[in-house]
Design a protein around this ligand. Structure first.
Ligand code: KG4
Ligand code: ZN
Length: 339
């Protein structure tokens, strides 16, 4: 069974070919980071235009690398929510065009479910598990008891983790996206340099806005006083605080639900400190931590195809398929995904 995955929800245009749910025949990713970098963040209109410009070429490359043609494709999986609406619409419209031209059913995929199912490409995941979803737009703890059956236990009340990394990096003037840079700087700084108070929110909820503001305020005060400081120290204090909170709450959720597996998902799952700290702390309790390989952590279409594959396994009726009236949805809670 061949699934063609399409992802265009933010600044990566990606098309993948997945065979029998486990074999990635191709996973082409065209990143726009270099273009958005000069603006310090993703510019939605530019993102949409770049997707339009690249998507047909990416398809050709993905098919060629997989050594197949559209005739071999059984299903088309496409990210329909959430994300930048103009960007999503490029992928959704492209999927609908291919579906119409080649008579192939469409399986719409919620982007966050894609991130979670990226783990299933690399690991044999035993359910039930706890998923920590950490990306540029999301921070959630989900309980997954069966295939495609999720309960949202909590999430961020304000900024997403990746978003706060990117904002802190912007204030420190260390580039975009901030996450990977802060990841490296952590090891060159003193994480005890600045004490940042943990916000008081619900036991599985998060708040990163205050943490981000504490860092920004510190930078402003130093600038006003014309005082120098080591950026690495501030990056380390910020990331250390954030990772401690993420680990504590995720492990609490795993203990409360008595699960033996935690999966990490989303762009911030690429963070080396989060990976190592969570693994170390969970292993002491006999809980296994899984995370996708680096390339499958950030936005890619293989994870979208994988989530669609697991939907198909469950799909006894036609509820996982969409008609040609499928639309992109900019903001959609993972629990409200109806496919
Ligand atoms: O999942 P993703 O590619 O896009 C969204 O769906 O949002 O995540 C992008 C986010 C960015 O905020 C980026 O700074 C963050 O993931 N990120 C990281 C790392 N690599 C990417 N954050 C921390 N450490 C990293 N190594
Ligand atoms: Zn993402």
């Amino acid at each position: 069974m061949i699934i063609l995955g399409i992802e265009s929800s933010c600044d990566e245009t990606s098309i993948a070919v997945l065979k029998d749910g486990h074999e990635i025949l191709s996973n082409k990713i065209s990143s726009q980071i270099a273009i958005h970098k000069e603006y310090g963040g993703v510019v939605p209109e530019i993102a949409s235009r770049q997707h339009v410009k690249n998507i047909a070429t990416i398809l050709d490359e993905a098919l060629e690398e997989a050594n197949i043609t559209m005739k071999d494709v059984d299903y088309i999986a496409v990210t329909y929510a959430p994300g930048l609406i103009g960007a999503l619409l490029v992928g959704v419209s492209f999927a609908k065009g291919l579906s119409y031209a080649h008579n192939i059913p469409i399986i719409p995929v919620h982007h966050i479910k894609g991130h979670m199912y990226a783990n299933f490409l690399d690991h044999d995941i035993k359910l039930p598990c706890i998923a920590l979803v950490v990306s540029g737009g999301h921070t959630n703890i989900l309980y997954m008891d069966e295939n495609h059956n999720f309960t949202n236990m909590g999430g961020t009340l304000d900024d997403a983790v990746g978003e706060s990394c990117d904002k802190v990096a912007r204030v420190l003037g260390i580039g975009y996206p901030g996450g990977p840079v802060i990841d490296k700087m952590y090891y060159e700084g003193d994480r005890n340099f600045l004490h940042i108070t943990e916000p008081k929110v619900g036991e599985y909820d998060f708040s990163f806005s205050g943490i981000k503001t504490a860092v920004i305020n510190f930078v402003n005060q130093m600038n006003m006083k014309n005082q120098e400081f080591k950026k690495e120290d501030l990056a380390a204090s910020f990331l250390g605080t954030v990772v401690d909170i993420l680990c504590k709450k995720t492990i609490k959720a795993a203990k409360d639900k008595k699960v033996k597996t935690i999966i990490l998902a989303g762009g911030v799952a690429a963070n080396s400190l989060l990976r190592s700290q969570l693994t170390e702390k969970a292993e002491k309790l006999g809980i296994k931590v899984c995370y996708p390989s680096m390339i499958l952590c950030t936005d890619n279409a293989a994870m979208i195809a994988e989530a669609a594959y697991y939907k198909l396994i469950n799909c006894k009726d036609k509820s996982c398929f969409a008609d040609l009236d499928l639309n992109g949805i900019a903001s959609l809670n993972v629990m409200d995904d109806r496919y």
